[in-house]
Design a protein around this ligand. Structure first.
Ligand code: PMP
Length: 295
């Protein structure tokens, strides 16, 4: 069914929402984006998503043609217009339409579009059973080449990594940086559990500063859990008691097998379950309320 998409200043039917073939986002991946979720009328950590979007844009000298408050309200309005209360929201800012050359200064104005729809990244059963992962042969882009902290539209590295997982018959891939340290998943951050302590790679190794990752770090103390942001390797993942991935689209998903090694007992572990439950408890409270949402 068609939805209402915000595109270049107006709401249009998704059937009619199209962008120019000269858009630099399409031609070159020249732009930035956010994936955001609303839960029962609350957009989870929307401020943090908007801050990250504007940071990504600043880093690539992209002028977003809306004030942060205005764009925040447009995100809420997109959910409202689609009569949704829980949704996955995609907010995209491209460099806009230019010519076939690389020069971004030939693009007159940035293009903004917002899509809201219902989405579960993995089938529901996998959240109960856990997923199978492989380690991708493709390494994460080096920070001095294209910094993974920029949530840019240039996601080919991530797509090649996801493709490796699909081609191997797995659900997801774990990514190493150029030095061989584990950084994240194709589109999620990673946590491992060892002896009751949560470990996640520091973002400087080449991971996105994930908002779900930060939420887990923030809620851990309330569960009496310690989180250490420390480098670790593929071996540490293989021998971990538990592994889980975090992301806005994926939410919190247990990993029960990696490269044919069984993780822990081969079922979602107790700490993963506790973190997941605590996450479910905060998502409706920690964010921006959509006034007038059809709750
Ligand atoms: N890493 C990458 C590469 C991602 O694309 C995402 C999804 N935005 C994440 C991590 C998770 O970040 P977040 O929790 O902010 O969605």
């Amino acid at each position: 069914m068609a939805s209402q998409v915000f595109l270049d200043g107006e709401f249009v039917s998704s059937d009619a929402a199209s962008v120019s073939v000269f858009d630099h986002g399409l031609l070159y991946g020249d732009g930035v984006f956010e994936g955001i979720r609303a839960y029962d009328g609350t957009v989870f950590r929307l401020k943090q998503h908007m801050d990250r979007l504007y940071r990504s844009a600043k880093s690539i000298l992209l002028d977003i043609p809306y004030a942060k408050d205005e764009l925040t309200e447009l995100v809420c309005e997109t959910v409202r217009r689609n009569h949704l209360t829980s949704a996955y929201i995609r907010l995209v800012v491209t460099r806009g339409s230019g010519d076939l050359g690389l020069n971004p200064y030939n693009c007159a104005k940035a293009r903004v579009f917002i899509i809201a729809e219902q989405l579960s990244m993995f089938p529901k059963a996998l959240y109960e059973q856990g997923i199978q992962a492989i380690t991708a042969a493709t390494r994460r882009t080096r920070s001095d080449v294209l910094n993974p902290k920029i949530k840019s539209l240039n996601y080919l590295n991530n797509i090649l990594i996801k493709m490796e997982a699909m081609n191997a018959g797995a659900n997801e891939a774990i990514v190493l940086n150029h030095e061989g340290y584990v950084v994240e998943g194709s589109g999620e951050n990673i946590f491992i559990v060892r002896d009751g302590v949560l470990f996640t790679p520091p973002a400087y190794l080449g991971a996105l500063e994930g908002i779900t990752r930060q939420a887990v770090i923030d809620l851990a103390p309330s569960l009496g859990l310690e989180v250490k942001e420390e480098p670790f390797t593929q071996h540490d993942v293989y021998v971990a008691d538990e592994v889980f991935l975090t992301g806005t689209a994926a939410e919190i998903v247990p990993v029960v097998g990696v490269d044919r090694r069984v993780v822990g007992e081969g079922v979602p572990g107790p700490l993963t379950k506790r973190v997941h439950a605590a996450f479910q408890d905060i998502v409706r409270a920690d964010g921006v309320r959509i006034e007038g949402a059809h709750v």
